[in-house]
Design a protein around this ligand. Structure first.
Ligand SMILES: Nc1ncnc2c1ncn2[C@@H]1O[C@H](COP(=O)(O)OP(=O)(O)OP(=O)(O)O)[C@@H](O)[C@H]1O
Length: 579
């Protein structure tokens, strides 16, 4: 092992070979040791989805405690010289945050676009008669913010609608779209993942079905942000006048940068999401930064009333406790945690979970029509799901799925294909596959026909946006894995009626955070619409692990929030208190 790798292993935080390679590369190019070290840590931070690393943080981890004094440094660019200087590998801002150049440039570009969009207003406000037509006569405070959101979203080129589950975001977006349609304004809908795009399409379609107001919104389809960007780039579509992006907490800096670049400057951008959920997988915390920066401005509405409180008061309370980080109250509301502190306790509980599922699967398996069975298994996938914080290990998704499959196979005794497929198997697609219209995150279920062929069934939206059950030969599947348990990250944008959440078995687990637990808990469907209307939620783990997780509020280092705030200070001064 090289000396550098040995040093890395002894550090409190271990950089990987790539971070160390960055340091040696800088050294080879002639950079002073301290600069190479900073570059390496900036790279490390970037891999953890931070746009920057603070010098203070670096000082805790390494020998570098002050910025290297290299006056005419070819290596480090002071942020206030950014506009007039050639590219340098690193940028340092006035808060002593060190950025990889590309991250700083990305944040600057995004901030400039956003601030430009926040200036000025649109000339076509929604008439008050329209608001009354959309919402009916005012109901007091419950829907006041929703009405206000529809008014404000029409007036600004950037509007953010924030709120937790059940606060009426989708309902409000639907009304925004009705208002836009009344003004004959062209709209596009997108979401960061295929799954979220499909859910938005279905939710709006069902709103349109219920609405007394005539519209052609039933035909609107949401696409992924990636797909929208590709179609814009190829000139297959024109920039809409309004772009709505749902589940915006999953948007990362680079994706937002591309959207802002592609969207017509006069078009309106409406971002919808829950800033308390997990942060994006890619760099940045753009929704959180925007919400924090826009408080008190007309371009933000934060919905707070939970419309599901009447139907599912317990679920609403659980979300509140998770959000407040109150482990004691959460445990009490859950009627205690499920103890899985030993491998045996975990195995017993997993077997019981699989046995209950096997029983439901057997009922479904009695149908002779494979399409009916597939429908039944897909309903089960919404009805009984396990989530885990970890990917690997017995308490992680990999170990849990292996244990569940082995138990199911023992109980159900199915024919298992060479690829591991069997009747009723639940799989998760892990790669986008446009020819088959499958997306990373799609759930499919397996049937075995009389001739011994295995098919995997998905609910895929047809060109009219209607969900159709469609079989694909198992051999044609893109990359996939078993889906009885999935990571909390992957569950974002999905909802289930009965959920078991498996926490890691040690308090030091680095994946744990309040956002992770809140995201998991808020995946339970809060309406009584589902056939098996009974909702439930259980957390498997120990009090210290849950408490440690809730105490950890994950944050990221970057400059976007400060850039927005400084860009907005003059706008803020001009905002009359009532808007
Ligand atoms: N103004 C309102 N009056 C009565 N019910 C409402 C109102 N707004 C929303 N609802 C109902 O509240 C429930 C939640 O609304 P909606 O699905 O729009 O919330 P959401 O914030 O999008 O939630 P999620 O993120 O969980 O999908 C729905 O059943 C919806 O019909």
């Amino acid at each position: 092992m090289s000396a550098e790798l040995i040093k890395a292993a002894a550090e409190p935080i271990a950089r990987d070979a790539l971070d160390l390679a960055v340091a040696s590369w800088f050294r080879r190019l002639g950079a002073p040791a301290a600069v190479a070290e900073l570059a390496s840590w900036a790279n490390y931070a970037d891999r953890q989805a931070n746009a920057a690393v603070s010098l203070q943080q670096v000082a805790q981890w390494s020998q570098v405690t002050a910025l290297p004094s290299v006056p005419e440094s070819e290596w480090i660019l002071p942020a206030d010289e950014f506009d007039n200087s050639p590219v340098r590998p690193l940028v340092v801002d006035d808060q002593q945050r060190v950025f990889l150049y590309r991250n700083y440039a990305g944040e600057r570009e995004v901030a400039a676009h956003l601030v430009a969009r926040l200036r000025g207003t649109q000339a076509r406000p929604v008439k008050e008669e329209m608001i009354t037509q959309l919402f009916g006569p005012a109901k007091g405070s419950e829907d006041a913010l929703q009405r206000e959101a529809v008014r404000r979203a029409a007036r600004h080129r950037l509007f953010v609608l924030a709120g937790g589950p059940g606060t009426g975001k989708t309902t409000t977006v639907f009304r925004m779209l009705l208002a836009a349609q009344a003004q004959a304004v062209e709209v596009a809908l997108a979401a960061p993942t295929g799954k979220a795009a499909q859910r938005l399409t279905e939710a709006l379609r069902s709103e349109a079905g219920r609405s007394a107001i005539e519209s052609d919104l039933e035909t609107l389809r949401a696409t992924t942000v990636h797909r929208w960007l590709i179609e814009m780039d190829r000139g297959q579509i024109r920039s809409p006048k309004i772009l709505v992006i749902d589940e915006a907490s999953m948007l990362d800096l680079e994706l937002l940068r591309q959207v802002l670049q592609a969207l017509d400057p006069d078009a309106r951008l409406i971002l919808v999401g829950d800033p308390n959920q997990l942060m994006s997988v890619g760099t940045g915390t753009v929704l959180g930064d925007l919400v924090e920066s826009l408080r008190g401005m007309p371009q933000l509405v934060e919905l707070r009333h939970n419309f599901r409180v009447a139907q599912s008061p317990q679920l609403v309370v659980l979300n509140q406790h998770a959000l407040a980080g109150d482990a004691g109250a959460l445990i009490e509301a859950l009627d205690g945690l499920r103890d899985v502190s030993t491998r045996d306790a975990l195995a017993t509980r997993v077997d019981a979970w699989a046995d209950a599922l096997a029983e439901s699967m057997q009922t479904v398996a009695n149908h002779s029509d494979p399409a009916v069975r597939a429908q039944g298994y897909l309903e089960l996938a919404q009805h009984q799901q396990m989530l885990a914080a970890n990917r690997e290990g017995p308490w992680g998704v990999g170990g849990l799925n292996r244990a569940i499959e082995s138990r199911l196979q023992k109980v159900l005794q199915p024919e298992v294909s060479a690829a591991g497929h069997f009747e009723g198997r639940r799989i998760l697609v892990t790669q986008n596959h446009s020819p088959l219209n499958l997306f990373n995150g799609d759930i499919g279920v397996v049937t075995r026909d009389d001739s011994g062929e295995y098919q995997v069934w998905f609910e895929i939206l047809d060109t009219d946006g209607v969900a159709q059950l469609r079989p694909i030969p198992a051999s044609a599947l893109p990359a996939h894995m078993a889906a009885w348990a999935m990571t909390i990250h992957k569950s974002q944008g999905s909802e289930f009626t009965n959920l078991d959440i498996v926490l890691p078995n040690e308090t030091t687990s680095r994946v744990l955070s309040r956002q992770l637990i809140y995201t998991a808990v808020s995946r339970v469907k809060g309406t009584g619409e589902f056939e098996h209307a009974h909702q439930s939620i259980r957390i498997w783990g120990t009090t210290p692990v849950l408490a440690a997780g809730l105490a950890e509020i994950a944050t990221r280092t970057g400059g976007l929030r400060d850039m927005l705030q400084s860009g907005l200070s003059e706008l803020r001064a001009a905002v009359p208190a009532a808007t």
